[in-house]
Design a protein around this ligand. Sequence first.
Ligand code: HEC
Length: 140
Amino acid sequence: MTNAQKWIVLILVIFSVLFLVAKMTEKEESIDDLDFYKDSEQVTETVKKEVDALSLMASNRCFMCHTKSLAGSGAGPDIRTVSENWEKEDLVKYLKNPKDFADDLRLAELRSKYRSPMTGVNNLTDEEITRIADYLLNLK
Ligand code: HEC
């Protein structure tokens, strides 16, 4: 072997060793490690909850008075900023039975602007009402 050939063999050996070391220390990337995958799962979960809340609201005629955009109409106020005045627990109670809050001055004043008062939901479980409350409270 000439000197040049020896060098070439030596370089090839070094590269092979480096390649093998790199292969052995390489981490398997599992799909759970990928942030975008987790993010998209979370987004799906959030969207599912929102769709759920909206369909519950549609079937309970909330849109009839508050409109689909929740901006309100002549029959009910804007409910996009509910989080400014409500905590979850009370909001659930209110949605179940608005009359329980007859003493609330702000609500009384609000009520006086509309021909008929807010009607409570019936036929919904606490969990479903909570889903609506969560949705409204997360709007702002
Ligand atoms: C008949 C019309 C009508 C329907 C149907 C209705 N609301 Fe209302 N809503 C009102 C009126 C009027 C008020 C004003 C306060 C009151 O009457 O107690 C109000 C108040 C509210 C408030 C409180 C707003 C605030 O500023 O604190 C929330 C939240 C709300 N409604 C959510 C809903 C949801 C959710 C539904 C469906 C389950 C619904 N409403 C169905 C008329 C309605």
